[in-house]
Design a protein around this ligand. Structure first.
Ligand SMILES: Cc1cc2nc3c(=O)[nH]c(=O)nc-3n(C[C@H](O)[C@H](O)[C@H](O)COP(=O)(O)OP(=O)(O)OC[C@H]3O[C@@H](n4cnc5c(N)ncnc54)[C@H](O)[C@@H]3O)c2cc1C
Length: 347
């Protein structure tokens, strides 16, 4: 089942569970890795709404797991991905979120706008979650042609609350610069997933990271690096976190980046495979320029990047705890075609 299908069905009851930013993404992989979307500040991660799951483990058993039954496995599947078995059923908590206030806001991307956008998103009420992509304006029909190819902040803002309060929360963003596009309005929650172009499958190289802040210097770097990107379509996507997600104790789930303040996903879209190294170098230099000391990575945005990066997804004691649970439930590493956590030896 996809996030879009679930969200449309839940909306018939004026309810929603937060998934990611794209309707066609499957809820299984997204949930098992954590789930960061438009309700993250108001209601937390998708795993924070996971009440129970049915899992087929490596030995062929069908286990029902929740906080009281196989609590170790329940902890591990809330961030540990597909390492522990095949999820066949989830029980997810729903929230009242039928009518919301939100939509696309496209602003010209100067360093000042980028910096202040992030500052506003950090100080906004928790009802507001934002995903802002700094990128060349794509040639979409609702973006005036004179802006196509120019650097913009292409943001989706979602205020999960009453319209008037949403208007107030979003006013500071509208005031950052004359909006190029302002589609923010009262809407139904499923409209966060607009129709997708099924034929669009770009090849992209990405780098996911967390940062503590996007100060004016970092914003300068974002604008400068994107203006001199290795490909015509380079993106820095910024997601301010905090709120409900940050109130869950770090060790409550295998997703352990509760104190991380901002997720940044850098990407270069390209066409010819021989260009890959050039984009990898550009991404690596870009990531270095933004690094603020948080070495974590979000597992669901990792590609095939090697063990060090998978370990970065599971900081502190999380990796060892996961490896021990893996040894208990999948000692032969049957489930290894994933961001793999090998079983701890000698457990
Ligand atoms: C366009 C796009 C946008 C995205 N946006 C977001 C976002 O906003 N927020 C976010 O948090 N993530 C986002 N993601 C990342 C997404 O969470 C991961 O790609 C996730 O793995 C997708 O889940 P899936 O079920 O569609 O994946 P699949 O490709 O089907 O599976 C990926 C992996 O997930 C595991 N898995 C999948 N299904 C099961 C199952 N039933 N049981 C056990 N393991 C399973 C397996 O390890 C599998 O290899 C996005 C991805 C894409 C492509």
């Amino acid at each position: 089942m996809t996030a879009g299908e679930y969200t449309a069905a839940a909306d018939t009851h004026d309810l929603a569970t937060g998934f990611g930013d794209t309707g066609s993404v499957g809820i299984a992989g997204l949930t098992l890795g954590g789930g960061v979307g438009y309700l993250v500040r108001k209601h937390g991660l998708t795993v924070d709404d996971l009440v129970s799951a049915d899992i087929v483990t490596a030995d062929g058993q069908l286990l029902h797991v929740d906080a009281d039954t196989h609590p170790d496995l329940f902890w591990a599947i809330r961030g540990g991905g597909g390492n522990f078995g095949v999820a066949t059923r989830f029980e997810l908590r729903l929230h009242e979120a039928g009518a919301i206030f939100g939509g696309f806001l496209v602003l010209p991307a100067t360093a000042e706008v980028v910096h202040r956008f992030v500052a506003e998103a950090e100080s906004a009420p928790e009802e507001l979650s934002t995903i802002a992509s700094v990128m060349p304006a794509p040639p979409m029909p609702f973006i005036p042609a004179e802006h196509h190819g120019r650097l913009v902040v292409f943001a989706m803002l979602v205020y999960a609350g009453a319209v008037e309060a949403g208007q107030r929360a979003i006013a500071p963003f509208r005031a950052l610069a004359a909006p190029i596009v302002d589609m923010v309005k009262p809407m139904r929650y499923p409209e966060v997933y607009p129709p997708e172009d099924e034929a669009y499958h770009p090849v992209a190289l990405g780098h996911t990271m967390f940062v503590d802040s996007v100060g004016r210097g970092a914003a300068d770097a974002i604008v400068d690096r994107l203006q001199h990107g290795s490909s015509p379509m380079c993106v820095a996507q910024i997601r301010v976190l905090g709120g409900a997600m940050a109130r869950v104790p770090v060790d409550a789930t295998a997703f352990a980046h509760r104190r991380s303040r901002i997720m940044v996903n850098l990407a270069a879209l390209y066409e010819r495979t021989q260009e890959k190294q050039e984009h990898a170098d550009w991404l690596s230099r870009f990531a270095d320029a933004l690094h603020t000391g948080d070495d974590g990575a979000y597992v669901n945005f990792l590609a095939d990047e090697g063990e060090a990066r998978i370990r970065a997804a599971y900081p502190g004691r999380t990796w060892d705890r996961l490896a021990a649970i893996k040894a208990r439930y999948d000692p032969t590493n049957l489930f290894r075609l994933n961001q793999n956590i090998p079983p701890a030896r000698g457990s």
